[in-house]
Ligand binder design. Structure first.
Ligand code: GUN
Length: 295
């Protein structure tokens, strides 16, 4: 038996259909068009490509989009001034500062300057703080972690009462996805480079989230039969037979784990498409909040 494939492209498509219907109503009844500003500092090729995709998707969703690009050596004050200007712009409902920022910049300070109401990445310290507390709700949930949860829910995977193991403790994925699973009453274990017996710990998981950036690290004997496995990794591995000289693989050895897991996301086409869909969802929520339609 092989796992049920969790098709992130198809599930993102459902979310876009929901967004499309809401945007039409928002424009027609309230004269509001959601607007997203992306801030890119420097020339990191992966970041450039992510930002381009985000802007393109804004257009297909009928959103306004502003793309701000600063040079790699932009001083802290210039980035802060840009964020301040975007905070004041009433046509902008979401501000996304693409990470990682160049080393000389104070990331924490810059993310903390984004207006809470426009923090569509959910990385503002207050939104992260609320996400990390019982009974508090952030205004926005980080996009990739939120996408992982949507994939589970929309595939009918039960979360409450289950053992969830998260591989990786990054601020962007591992830590926030752990908090989201905890809010949904999973029992969570967060693994990292010092965790002693990774395979054994992972085998406890009913839900396994892999977000470490190690190509095909998770093997079949790390996975409990029937578990739901969400692969957040996107790794380039050399492949002379591929047109570009490389192919993309996840943190999970797909063919191996496919024999054991109950549910499995592919790479590409699993979590990847969900990140941008959730960003659009958050931007729409920002616009609805600005129009007084939601709390
Ligand atoms: N870099 C990698 N993932 C993300 C993300 O979700 N948001 C931002 N802003 N930067 C990223």
């Amino acid at each position: 038996m092989t796992a049920q494939l969790i098709d992130g492209k198809a599930i993102a498509g459902q979310i876009y259909a929901e967004i499309e219907a809401e945007v039409a109503e928002l424009k027609e009844k309230h004269g509001v068009t959601p607007g997203l500003a992306t801030v890119l500092v420097g020339e990191n090729p992966a970041s450039q490509s992510y930002v381009r995709s985000k802007q393109k998707t804004c257009t297909t969703c009928g959103f306004n989009s502003i793309g701000e690009h600063l040079p790699a050596d932009a001083p802290q004050e210039d980035v802060e001034a840009l964020v301040k200007r975007l905070n004041q712009d009433p046509t902008i409902h979401g501000i996304l500062v693409q990470l990682p920022l160049p080393k000389h910049l104070d990331e924490e300070k810059i993310l903390g300057m984004i207006s809470l109401e426009k923090d569509v990445d959910g990385f503002h310290p207050v939104n992260i703080g609320r996400l990390s507390m019982k009974g508090r709700k952030p205004l926005f949930v980080p996009c990739t972690p939120g996408g992982c949860i949507e994939l589970l829910i929309r595939s009918g995977v039960e979360i409450s009462g289950k053992e969830a193991v998260i591989l990786g403790r990054s601020n962007i994925v591992g830590l926030p996805v752990a908090m989201l699973l905890l809010h949904r009453d999973a029992t969570i274990t967060i693994c990292h480079s010092r965790t002693r017996d990774l395979p054994e710990t992972c085998r406890r998981a009913d839900i396994l989230i892999a977000a470490v950036g190690r190509p095909e690290m998770v093997k079949a004997d790390w996975v409990k039969p029937g578990a739901a496995v969400i692969d957040v990794g996107i790794n380039r591995v050399e492949d002379p037979s591929a047109k570009r000289g490389y192919r993309l693989v996840g943190d999970v050895d797909f063919d191996d784990v496919n024999q054991v897991a109950g549910y499995l996301t592919p790479v590409p086409g699993g979590v990847g498409p969900m990140t941008i869909a959730m960003l659009m969802w958050n931007t729409l929520a920002g616009a609805k909040r600005a129009a007084g339609l939601i709390d």
